[in-house]
Structure formats: structure tokens, C-alpha cells
Design a binder for this molecule. Structure first.
Ligand code: XIL
Length: 355
């Protein structure tokens, strides 16, 4: 006898959950093995406290990922209040989850042009006060997670959008174009010498001019004795990405001999024609995910810091935008679909045996 509709849907959701946990995968075409056990380097995801009560998200996160990055709640916008006080409730919860799951905890981000904080704006032009508040902020935040954070994005997105030079913002105006970065790396080292200190940038794979500027900046910072110990490439890709430029980017970044972090991987399928069949989009996405993996594997083992996805399921992605502002065709940029099922991009990563 066929199961009743209710029993059928119960059965199907049980199968879906089992596949999330890496168990029986009859609902899938290929078996789902835990990524964190399959890949020869740490595999991370971004996470927010709002996702902690979602059991499907929790199962996927602890099964497949060995590193957690707070997606938003360790940024200055969250941590530093207008009156100069600090708030650590959410990042503390995420650090505790990482510890309970046996995962590394990754801090982002200390200095980011995009979040000009009111507490710092109030000090604009008052050099001594600004210098001291800047150091205080970095020490407070890094020290709190000393011994827990494996690394910090110390400076995020320093290069101008078109690649012609560096961004200008509150911190560069008050502390110098390069000086504010050197100081940030030194303060982070003072606060937590054991955590890696990362210079992180995006669109290095699609914009050669931006990549060239980032490479020159890295040279300048190292020459000025900024204690950078890792380089990050966010790797927010589109389907039109030339895979050779992914390899080239990791090769060039790797030339400094530092560990490399693919720090925010997602692959948007949005720009493709709306009439392209979904299966084809997902297949092209999977090929690019495979190219990222191969590019990381081409680095010496000691330089493969981690591969971090910028979210777990497609519906968790920042590219979906806030509710209300969502595009008609929702993007599908991550490894798991809206129902938590592994996508072809997942299998492109999971298929790579430990070497
Ligand atoms: C984004 C998060 O995804 C959002 O939730 C948050 O509101 C803003 O930041 N580059 C970065 C990330 O370095 O920190 C950004 O994350 C995405 C782009």
C-alpha cells in the first residue's frame, strides 16, 4: 500500500535530514560525506546567531564545516556602540558553538571602510584621541577571543573598486593611507600574537587591476614591517568567471609564501540568462567550485589556510538580500539548496579525496 500523503512527506523529510547528517542518502543521486572529513584543509562557513535555532542549519554546519566565521556580529557595526561601549553577546555565542562543535573560530573584521562607526566619527580630526581609540578597539576585540580565534581579518577591502589605488575613509584620513593598516596589524599582534593576521580583498579573480594593486599594497605593508601573516581572497564569483584567473590569483597571492584563505566563497548564478535551465546553471557553478578547490590544492600544503563558504544553504546567502528587496529569481550561490540538499557544487568539493 502506498503511504498516505502525510506519511510520505514525513518519510521524505526524514530522508532529507538523514542526508544532511551524512547518513542514508536515498533521496540523493550521490552519497553525502562530511566535507570536513573529506577535504585536506579546513572548510568554513559564515554564520549568524539567528540561525542557531534552525535544526537543519545546525546539523549541516556541524557535519560539514570545521570553521565558523561570524557573518556580521563581530564587525564594528555590531560590536561598537555610538557611546563607545562594546557588545559581545552574539559573537560570544558563536565562539561557544564553534568550541562545542570542535570547530575553529575566525574573526572578521577589524578595519573595514564600509562601516564608519559613529563612535569614531565623533573623533574625526582629533588625532591623539583617534590614535588611542583605534588601538583600544583592536586590543579589546582581539584580546577577548585570544586563544579562541584562529585568525582575524585585520584589514578588509582596502583597494578602490576600479583597482586604481586605495580607498579613502575615516581611518585613512585620520591615520594615513598605509599608516592605519600598519598600525592595525601591529595592534592585532600585540593583542593576540598567536592568531593569524589577514589582509582580505575581493574581486581579485575578475579584476586584474585590483589584484595588481593588492599585490603592490602587500609588498608595501610587509616592507613597512606590518605583521601580516595570511592573505585572504573573498572569492565572490559569478558564472562568467574565467577559472584560469582563479588559479592565477591564488598563485600570485601564494608568491609571498604566506597561508592563503579563500574567505567568502559564493558563486552567483544570477547574471545568467533567465531561460538557462537550472541544471545547467548548477553544473557550471559546480565546475567553478571545483576550480577553486584545485587552485587551493595547487598551493603547498602549509599555505592552504582554509576554504570558507559565505553561508550554508542558498536561502542563507546575503545575495538573497533583505526580505522585500529580493529579486524575482532568487540566487543560488552556495553548496546546499533551500531545503538543505547537497547541490552539484557540494559534490564537486566532496569528490576530492584527501591526498
Ligand atoms: C556581509 C554580510 O554577509 C552581511 O550579512 C552584512 O550585513 C554585511 O556584510 N564582503 C565582506 C563581508 O567582507 O564581510 C560581507 O558580509 C560581504 C562582502
Amino acid at each position: 500500500m502506498n503511504p498516505s500523503p502525510d506519511r510520505r512527506s514525513l518519510l521524505l523529510s526524514a530522508l532529507a535530514l538523514a542526508s544532511c547528517a551524512g547518513g542514508d542518502t536515498r533521496a540523493q543521486s550521490a552519497p553525502v560525506r562530511p566535507l570536513r572529513e573529506t577535504l585536506p584543509f579546513p572548510i568554513g562557513t559564515a554564520i549568524m546567531t539567528g540561525q542557531l535555532d534552525d535544526s537543519q542549519h545546525a546539523v549541516l554546519t556541524r557535519t560539514h564545516f570545521s570553521q565558523l566565521t561570524p557573518e556580521w556580529e563581530l564587525k564594528m557595526e555590531y560590536v561598537l556602540q555610538a557611546d563607545g561601549s562594546y557588545r559581545f553577546d552574539a559573537p560570544d555565542r558563536l565562539a561557544a558553538v564553534a568550541q562545542a562543535n570542535g570547530q575553529r573560530f575566525y574573526g572578521t573584521t577589524l578595519v573595514w571602510y564600509s562601516q564608519e562607526n559613529p563612535a569614531f566619527q565623533a573623533l574625526d580630526g582629533r588625532r591623539d584621541a583617534f590614535v588611542s581609540a583605534y588601538r583600544h578597539y583592536i586590543l579589546q576585540v582581539c584580546r577577548r577571543y585570544a586563544g579562541r580565534a584562529v585568525a582575524w581579518d585585520v584589514v578588509n577591502e582596502p583597494v578602490a573598486e576600479d583597482g586604481a589605488g586605495l580607498r579613502t575613509h575615516l581611518w585613512s584620513r585620520n591615520l594615513g593611507e598605509v599608516g592605519h593598516m600598519v598600525a592595525a596589524f601591529r595592534h592585532a599582534e600585540e593583542a593576540d600574537p598567536a592568531a593569524l593576521r589577514v589582509l582580505n580583498e575581493y574581486h581579485l579573480e575578475s579584476r586584474p587591476a585590483k589584484r595588481a594593486t593588492l599585490l603592490r599594497l602587500t609588498e608595501r605593508l610587509l616592507a613597512a614591517d606590518a605583521p601580516i601573516t595570511c592573505l585572504g581572497t573573498q572569492t565572490h564569483l559569478g558564472l562568467d568567471q574565467d577559472p584560469r584567473q582563479i588559479t592565477e590569483t591564488l598563485r600570485l597571492l601564494g608568491g609571498f609564501g604566506l597561508p592563503i584563505h579563500v574567505s567568502e566563497l559564493d558563486i552567483s548564478v544570477q547574471a545568467a540568462s533567465p531561460f538557462t535551465p537550472v541544471a545547467e546553471l548548477l553544473d557550471r557553478q559546480a565546475r567553478l567550485a571545483g576550480a577553486v578547490l584545485e587552485a587551493l590544492m595547487a598551493l603547498p600544503e602549509r599555505q592552504r589556510f582554509a576554504l570558507t563558504l559565505w553561508g550554508v544553504r542558498d536561502r542563507d546567502s546575503w545575495l538573497r538580500g533583505p526580505a522585500g528587496g529580493r529579486p524575482l529569481t532568487p540566487d543560488r550561490p552556495l553548496l546546499f539548496d533551500d531545503d538543505g540538499q547537497a547541490k552539484p557544487a557540494f559534490h564537486a568539493l566532496a569528490g576530492r579525496a584527501r591526498s
